[in-house]
Structures are given as C-alpha cells and as structure tokens.
Ligand binder design. Structure first.
Ligand code: CU
Length: 130
C-alpha cells in the first residue's frame, strides 16, 4: 500500500513541474518565440489598412497580409534604423502571406511596400511600440 501511495504522488507532481517550465520559457524568451497574436493587414493601391492594437517591446506578433487591390503588393517591417525585421513574399491580387516579427525595443517602426514605385506613391505606415 505504501509503494502505491508514493507512485501516485510522483505522477501528480510531474505535470505541475512541466507546466511551470513552460510558463518561464514563454515570458523570458526575447526573440524567435511564438507569436502572441495575429494582426490582419490589407494592402491596396497604395496603402495599408488594419489595426495593430497595442504592441509592447518584446512582443512577437504575426502579420497576415491580404492583397485586396489589383496590383502585386508586399509588406516589409523596418526598425527605426531601417533594418528589415521581416518581409512577405510578393503577394498577387486576392492572395495572403504572413510573417512573424519580434519587436525587441520600443520605438517607431515602418511598414512599407516597395513593389515598383509603391513606396514613393505613399504605401507606408508606422507602428509605435511602447
Ligand atoms: Cu504595393
């Protein structure tokens, strides 16, 4: 009877310790983690539309970009220094592509489409990360 009682206790503790490891990992991983949510963006001539909501430094999010225009578009995310943090494929009309981006620091980030002359035509938006 005593051996049975000990075995039951060991099995009861094991799932709890696994759960606490997972929690630490999710909160402490600075880059390359799983996205916490998906931000839906539409691209058209020559603009992006969508509500990024509030993004905090350290957040990893997925951008799902749907081309609702007639020309090809893409979405690239640039840091305030102009470094590329992610870039979709060139998306043809009616199609969708997605990228996962980690915003490591607070600041202003740019979304751009640089297909042909779209950027000079104003296809850009900014995201403020607090
Ligand atoms: Cu474009």
């Amino acid at each position: 009877m005593l051996r049975i009682a000990i075995a039951v206790i060991v099995f009861a503790i094991a799932p709890l310790s696994l759960a606490s490891c997972g929690g630490d990992d999710a909160s402490g991983t600075p880059a390359g983690g799983q996205p916490s949510r998906t931000i839906d963006i539409t691209a058209t001539e020559y603009a992006f539309n969508g509500d990024p909501g509030t993004i905090a430094a350290g957040d990893t999010v997925e951008f799902s970009v749907e081309n609702v225009g007639v020309l090809d578009h893409l979405l690239e995310v640039l840091s305030s220094e102009g470094r590329s943090l992610g870039r979709t494929q060139r998306i043809s009309a009616g199609n969708t592509d997605s990228i996962v981006v980690t915003f490591e620091t607070a600041g202003t980030y740019r979304l751009i489409c640089d297909v042909d002359d779209h950027l000079s035509r104003g296809q850009t938006a900014t995201i403020t990360v607090g």
